[in-house]
Design a protein. Structure first.
Length: 367
């Protein structure tokens, strides 16, 4: 085996859904810029909407090839183990049959492995290090003046020039010819990011979101715009009194608010993920905030977690970004090892998430 091309990613999803009654094919509402129909999978043994949901996405950045294979293998392993009543083992990390069964019986898991099919096709056929989508609409439509960085296109502090400090070095660009970081003309200008938003809207019981990227061997939790703090609720992304101050490291003028209980859950799940990865073959992933990698705006994790703060009618989504590996396109034999690492991490993430559901249910019952 080697890396899937765009058509193979899609046929893998269709085949998985045909062979298993606990797996349903979801057609996303929007085609990619170049007209590709996108699919996701819904895993679960119970009727849709009756369980809390984990949403996993990948293939956002074109050159980060292995994210699609990670999510497809994760889904395939989980479905097969459930169907056969067996556990799962990745290197030295094992999961029991009870744990596997508990995931599909008590959670809904949605897997969207290829958010950016046009970009993957271009990266695999023409320019290996391509990152953006392939939208030609905003520059002159040639060379680097094509495409939007989809992970800067979400609605979170999109107006970076206003929101951030001039010295922050926030990683984003308003230049359509920036080869990496062009954010697009406005939030959700791209069909590919609108598909992700649609999943969050269509599955309102989504409580966990993971965006699979490469690389740096990190498990990132929110926030990405500045350091986390749990003492001053007024110091938050919606408060314009702090415009121009965000994004500087090591200062006290601005740090992004997250309630202490949310931060404890966010860091706990990230550490559980990293511990499971370590159990496979000893690889050390670091659980840290996205800002500790570098300051960002318009990214999927901050958007997903911010949704319940901008609209209290929405549920809270603990949101993460995985940065697997130490290069974008490892040799396939090493990619197979990384697939095992991250599959174990994601399985443990879901097992821990499921136990959080149990805790909440018990507390509700007791009250
Ligand atoms: Zn990426």
């Amino acid at each position: 085996m080697t890396y899937f091309n765009t058509d193979e990613v899609d046929s893998a999803l269709v085949n998985l859904s045909r062979n298993d009654r606990n797996c349903e094919l979801i057609e996303l509402p929007e085609r990619s810029v170049e007209g590709v129909t996108c699919h996701a999978l819904r895993l679960g043994s119970r009727p849709t909407g009756t369980r809390d949901c984990v949403l996993l996405i990948g293939g956002v950045h074109a050159r980060e090839w292995g994210s699609c294979e990670i999510l497809i293998c994760f889904a395939a392993d989980l479905l097969l183990a459930y169907r056969t009543g067996s556990g799962l083992a990745y290197g030295g990390r094992r999961f029991t049959a009870d744990q596997v069964r508990g995931l599909l019986d008590n959670l809904e898991i949605i897997v969207f492995p290829l958010v950016n099919p046009d970009g993957r096709r271009y990266s695999q056929n023409t320019e290996a290090m391509w990152r953006k989508n392939r939208n030609p609409a905003y520059g002159n439509g040639k060379g680097d003046c094509v495409g939007v960085d989809l992970n800067r296109n979400y609605d979170f502090l999109f107006d970076a020039a206003t929101a951030f400090s001039p010295t922050s070095g926030v990683r984003v660009s308003t230049d359509p010819c920036d080869p990496q970081l062009y954010q697009g003309p406005q939030p959700f200008s791209e069909p590919e990011t609108r598909n992700v938003r649609w999943l969050l809207d269509a599955y309102p019981r989504t409580r966990w979101f993971v965006d699979v990227h490469s690389y740096s061997e990190d498990m990132l939790y929110v926030w990405g715009d500045d350091e986390d703090q749990s003492t001053d609720p007024s110091m938050n992304f919606g408060n314009h009194a702090f415009d121009g101050l965000r994004g500087d490291a090591g200062d006290a003028r601005y740090r992004e608010y997250i309630p202490a209980s949310d931060l404890a859950q966010a860091t706990g799940l990230a550490r559980d993920f990293a511990a499971a990865v370590h159990g496979v073959r000893g690889t050390d992933y670091t659980a840290k905030s996205a800002f500790d990698l570098y300051p960002t705006c318009g990214s999927s994790d901050d958007y997903a977690f911010a949704r319940h703060l901008t609209d209290p009618a929405r549920g809270k989504v603990l949101a993460y970004t995985i940065e697997w590996g130490t290069e974008f396109q490892p040799q396939w034999d090493e990619m197979e090892n990384i697939i095992k690492d991250i599959s174990a991490g994601l399985l443990q993430f879901c097992v821990s998430a499921r136990s959080m559901v149990g805790t909440r249910t018990a507390a509700t019952t007791a009250a």
